[in-house]
Design a protein around this ligand. Structure first.
Ligand code: T6T
Length: 322
């Protein structure tokens, strides 16, 4: 894939300008959902690789938690610095719309990464949130479907499951939940219990697992819809002494998932490709500022990790870095 990405950058550099013309160096601000999450740290690395290749300047500034209340002041501070382009993972579909309009009003281009505002369809001329130029992300609905199929298989297509999720209003995790429930309609032997929301707190997710299990001794599985939900649920299963009895399908792949996959605490982990998201977002920002058109949607891939493939370097290279 590295070769492909280099080819993409080279093609851009060659195709973008008349012979002899210099590419404009671009200033880009990447605002993550939160700064300490291995998912966004890995996205930053991919973004930096593209910025270095293109000679652009990249900053990475975010909030200490995944929350619009703390993200909006960071956004305001970034707008005041006036980069050419803001790349942002919006922590709420609705609450980031007006704050991001201020960026556009100030003449700053906006590209969404990972989690969108509005409905994720941009430049359509419809609604008040179609102004970002592009959305670069995983197909989260499909990710939820993949998780559901894998969990269904591991519990023999019958029993009770639930989704451990962050909070409503986040496009990425909302879509994973939708995809999971949609696919579970094809598995009539499985009952999906009420979703438990943990506010991105792994400890809360762990105690919720134990409460759901206390109420449903026949609980067969749980889908952890993001990194903290999944690690928390797996920890809850361990604390309850229920490894093997309650199967965990995890979204996201910090390095912590490796021992959990090997010990059976997690059945599958669905790794997103955050470095790819960061890379293509920066390439898109560079293209836009050099008068090139860009796709309004760039979808990145997944790698499904299990105990059987996690030692394969072609799989483990998608573990997130810290
Ligand atoms: O799952 C990722 C990201 O895609 C989501 O929007 C929020 O949670 C993570 O950052 C993982 O913690």
């Amino acid at each position: 894939m590295k070769k492909l990405l280099c080819a993409a950058v080279a093609a851009l550099a060659l195709g973008a300008f008349a012979p002899g013309a210099q590419a404009k160096k671009v200033t880009i601000a990447l605002i993550p959902g939160l700064t300490t999450d291995a998912f966004y740290i890995t996205m930053h690395k991919g973004a930096q690789a593209a910025a270095d290749a293109l000679g652009d300047t990249l900053t990475f500034q975010g909030a200490p938690d995944f929350n619009p209340v703390t993200q909006v002041p960071v956004l305001d501070a970034v707008i005041a610095r006036h980069p050419d382009v803001i790349l942002i993972a919006a922590t709420d579909k609705v609450q980031l719309v007006q704050p991001l309009k201020k960026a556009v009003d100030a003449g700053i281009k906006v590209i969404i990464v990972d989690s969108f505002i509005g409905d994720g369809h941009y430049q359509t001329g419809s609604g008040d949130a179609d102004f970002p130029l592009s959305y670069v992300a995983s197909d989260n609905t499909m990710g939820g479907e993949i998780a559901a199929r894998a969990l269904a298989k591991s519990i023999g297509d019958k029993g009770k499951v639930y989704i451990s999720n962050v909070k409503p209003g986040i496009s990425s995790t909302d879509q994973r939940e939708e995809g999971f429930k949609l696919e579970m309609k094809n598995h009539p032997g499985i009952t999906v219990l009420q979703t438990q929301f943990n506010d991105n707190d792994a400890n809360k997710a762990a105690s919720q697992l134990q409460s759901v299990l206390a109420r449903n001794s026949d609980l067969a599985g749980v889908f952890g819809a993001n990194l903290f939900s999944a690690l928390g649920a797996a920890n809850g299963v361990k604390q309850a002494g229920a490894i093997g009895k309650v199967k965990v399908a995890a979204f996201d792949a910090p390095t912590d998932v490796v021992p959990l996959l090997k010990s059976g605490s997690i059945e599958i982990a669905i790794a997103q490709h955050p470095a790819e998201i960061g890379y293509f977002a920066v390439v898109s920002a560079h293209a836009v500022m050099n008068d090139q058109s860009i796709p309004t949607l760039i979808g990145t891939g997944f790698t499904v990790m299990t105990k059987d493939n996690i030692d394969d370097p072609m799989v483990s290279k998608y573990l997130y870095s810290n």
